[in-house]
Ligand binder design. Sequence first.
Ligand code: BTN
Length: 277
Amino acid sequence: MKNEKLNISDSDKNDFCKEIEGYLETIFMGRDIRYFDSIESTNKLAKEIASSLDEGTIFLAEEQTLGKGRMGREWISPRGKGIWMTIVLKPQIEPSKVSRITQIGAAAVYSGLEKIGIRTKIKWPNDILINKKKVGGLLTEMSGDLNRVEYVIMGIGLNVNLDREDFPDILKDKATSIKIEKGKKINRQKVIGSILNEFENYYMNFKEDEDLEGVIDILRSNSILIGNEIKLIDGSKEEKGIALDINPDGSLLVEFKEGRKSIYSGEVSIRGIDGYI
Ligand code: BTN
């Protein structure tokens, strides 16, 4: 597919994109919007053409037919009800630091929602929760070699206006939407604008001098894990411990039987009323 065909020119930009622009206070984040009615996955397409795009370009879809979640899972993305968005980034950082972009994204989703009166919790490393159920998740992917990042794409999935029946039975106890929890429909364009404003701010600080302080403060103060018993799942291995803190580098500090360890990646479950959720 040719690039130009994927871009919407100013004249035929739809009202949805125009409204988002009205909320933007950014210099480059979200200033080039590639909008799709239906697409397999915004991450998938962004990855295919990211090399030729400017930093801050975003992909948005009303519906994803093959939305991707972490660990190869499917991400339910029904039409017109959520935010299915991917941001193209070109940070000059070592590949080992790419996970920090996810932390910046999680903080930006938190703050973007908080600014418009929606309080959430963050489940390290990439989940956004309301009332202990997942409303959003981030999927960061990259291209580069051992020493250099060519681009990073950060996918954000946010269940904004989904109804209960939009979730398959198996997810009904674990996933929710802002509409279900708040009892009212939310303007997606406003949410997108607010998240992008926050994201640019945190991302610029990080690019300038790798400063993550504000981001870590947000992750720490709004963490659902800190102080709780957790189960860390790493491949086929499971380990129980107590989550103690988010370290300045964005890793999770956990107290295990054998002592304290910083965790850089993996899947975490938290002990709830009915076992681990
Ligand atoms: C997770 O498993 O929690 C991450 C979910 C990420 C979903 C988003 S929706 C937009 C982008 N495109 C995809 O296919 N996935 C991400």
